[in-house]
Design a protein around this ligand. Sequence first.
Ligand code: NCD
Ligand code: ZN
Length: 352
Amino acid sequence: MDTLTLTRPDDWHLHLRDGEALRAVVAATARQFARAIVMPNLKPPVTTVAQATAYRDRILAALRETAGDEPACSGFEPLMTLYLTDRTPPDEVRRARESGVVHAVKLYPAGATTNSDAGVTSMAAVRATLEAMQAVDLPLLIHGEVVDPGVDVFDREKVFIDTVLESLRRDFPALRIVFEHITTREAAQWVAAAPAATTGATITAHHLLYERNALFKGGIRPHWYCLPVLKRETHRRALLDAATSGDPRFFLGTDSAPHARHLKEMACGCAGCYTAPHAIELYAAAFDSVGRLDRLEGFASHHGPDFYRLSRNAQRVTVRRETWTVPEALPFGAGSIVPLAAGEPLGWRLAS
Ligand code: NCD
Ligand code: ZN
């Protein structure tokens, strides 16, 4: 198969940032995706419906400013999320449900990742808020890693399943949960065994394409560093099996997380891979690697809207087999940003 036409995909996990970073990246996503679930980990975090609505307006303004009337970007719809804190009032959940703007609430264990300091310190602290979410049927998106410094960084997701997720699932059986950016076989198995109506998981392109050796190939490679960190090959294979299985619980979420080049190439570099500009091509390469391009449309374009109870997109896009080289760097405000796989060949390309 040399060309593949599919329903226009959506990105169910995206970081767009704010200000000049937002202006640098938003069109890249809008060129590929019709909609995106926008993560709320700004500084300060997006914790209220009023903040989410104002952020949505800034995203659309930045897109107008940078993409003008570029047809591929028209109609892009940011789907907003709230950042769950120990103090999120149940009333804010009800306002979110009524807003039509906010589609989910994101749980970051405090300290787990970039801008997560305001996150949740214990599940007991958010009980009433989760009850309200379950009652109004607003999905909970979970960064599933424990933060205990005694737990090996490669085991944090697996330990989270055993110590947090299992009991959460039991205590809130009707709460819709998305286990975000899963990285392990244990997570894929947990999701596949959970009820489909209330359980989903996003999988990034980089976790389908790379295992942890990519971090150390010929020296330390900061542009492959993200959280949850890349795992061993056995886990990558399990994720690829899950993504290409046709199971509706698994859907596309890039976790494209832009950081300026100088903030990654330093002694204590930031976590996050920037994949938005070539996201669908990376996923096509991953699915093609196991001969399962026929399953890309379900994963990229059907399972996500079905879980979120939104309509599937009407437009279609085409990717074709063509080898091109990912740019070494892209403009990012006054500086630059290095996309994932910079300077490397990629075998698929989105037709304009
Ligand atoms: C994300 C970021 O930079 O905001 N970083 C990352 O490594 N994925 C945060 C996150 O999703 O964990
Ligand atoms: Zn993320």
